[in-house]
Ligand binder design. Structure first.
Ligand SMILES: Cc1ncc(COP(=O)(O)O)c(C=O)c1O
Length: 399
């Protein structure tokens, strides 16, 4: 199969698709979320950049077959992901560890149900992707909040003293986000090791949501939590998939890796109770093609995304009140607007909607710790980025 070369891919990223004409939720929910359609939507974490051609071709080939009946995810698809994880991240997975999942959030729920009881405590580290908190509450577990802390240079860290002080015999599970949405942090090996040591000492299992792991900018490197040691691997459930990497969230396909036999048996019980289906014919086709043929596209994409992040940094450089530390991973900019002088999160949000005409995610939706921040998704083609920066600059100038 041909691999897309880099220069070809770069021009592809510049293409603007009219997603407003279709069913993309980034656009269809504008009225509901922002009270107007007159915003450039830069919120939900998918890209306005075309899915790679190799994936679209594979889906089209499958669509041309005349029957869309039941289909198991083929071993060859799992193997493609296993090779990818080995080569790009040094994570050795075994076929029997892997489960298909239509959604990482559903996998989080499965782990909560499998490894804790109602009333038990589940650790989350806000500010955090909101379903981490919501799913814990929906399953009637107690949220053990262990907020991240920021150092003087603006980098984010785990607060392990806080965690150790809060752990109780009821603390059963920790939901790790790595790389972290929304702060964009790519956790260092020694930080992960320190967190793992606390979890091992207290018998806490870890759900490692590593869905953003391929979107990491040099010189940073994603370290899979399960790769730290065999002991750590034995307490870890890892969620990975092509959804963010290749912009295929709509194919609803990811996997979950559970190495420990007893944990896998328990995870499987809940998985069967829920009756997870085995994926879609299009998902299987796109998933395998992405991992087998998408690497050159991804490398070019990372350069492209970094450029958008740098452009945003340039516009915000010297703007009083907004601090921007470019993310180490993800395409999400976590803007610290606490010194802009707004007296509420509502007023801050209104500024971005009404003055800048940008539809961002309010930081407060990622937990109390996100108050005063806004999250901007910069995974857009250059012409859209031009427009976004123009709107932002003009709104900031008028203030
Ligand atoms: C950290 C994280 N986990 C999970 C998801 C959603 O995954 P899924 O659509 O597979 O449920 C997102 C989407 O933004 C995310 O950022």
């Amino acid at each position: 199969m041909p691999t897309q070369n880099r220069s070809e891919a770069v021009s592809i990223f510049d293409r603007v698709t009219d997603r407003a004409a279709g069913n993309a939720e980034k656009y269809t929910l504008r009225q509901k979320l922002f009270g107007t359609e007159d915003v450039l939507p830069m919120w939900v974490a998918d890209m306005d950049i075309e899915t790679p051609q190799c994936v679209r071709d594979a889906v089209a080939r499958r669509a041309a077959e005349p029957i869309y009946g039941y289909e198991e995810m083929p071993d060859s698809a799992f193997e493609a992901q296993m090779e990818w994880m080995q080569q790009r991240h040094g994570l050795d997975l075994q076929r029997e560890w892997l489960f298909y999942s239509h959604s990482v959030v559903a996998s989080i729920s499965t782990a909560i149900m499998a490894f804790s009881e109602p009333g038990d405590e589940v650790v989350v580290q806000p500010p955090i992707y909101p379903p981490f908190m919501k799913q814990v509450q929906r399953h009637e577990r107690r949220l053990l909040l262990n907020p991240l802390k920021q150092d003087a240079r603006g980098s984010w860290h785990f607060d392990l003293d806080d965690l150790k002080a809060k752990i109780s015999p009821k603390t059963k599970l920790l939901l790790l986000c790595s790389p972290h949405n929304p702060v964009g942090c790519v956790w260092e090996k020694r930080e992960l090791e320190s967190l793992a040591a606390v979890c091992l000492e207290h018998g806490i299992k870890v759900f490692a949501d590593e869905i953003h792991s391929d979107l990491v900018y040099a010189p940073y490197r994603h370290i899979p939590f399960a790769s730290l040691s065999p002991e750590v691997c034995g307490i870890t459930v890892t969620a990975i998939g092509p959804g963010k990497t290749f912009n295929v969230a709509g194919l609803a396909i990811s996997t979950v890796a559970v190495a420990d036999v007893a944990m896998r048996r328990r995870f499987d019980e809940v998985y069967q109770q829920i009756h997870f289906a085995q994926g879609t014919v299009f998902g299987h086709a796109g998933f395998e093609a992405a991992y087998r043929e998408g690497e050159a596209w991804l490398e070019a994409l990372l350069t492209y995304l970094k450029r958008n992040s740098d452009r945003l940094a340039k516009v915000l450089d010297g703007v009083e009140g907004i601090e921007y530390h470019a993310p180490e991973g993800t395409y999400l900019a976590w803007l610290d607007c606490r010194k802009m002088g707004f007296d509420s999160d509502r007023a801050l949000r209104e500024f971005f909607i009404k003055e800048a005409k940008l539809g961002l995610s309010p930081g407060i939706s990622f937990g109390r710790e996100g108050s005063g921040f806004m999250r901007l998704n910069f995974a857009v083609p250059t012409p859209v980025m031009d427009e976004a920066l123009k709107r932002l600059e003009s709104a900031l100038e008028k203030r």
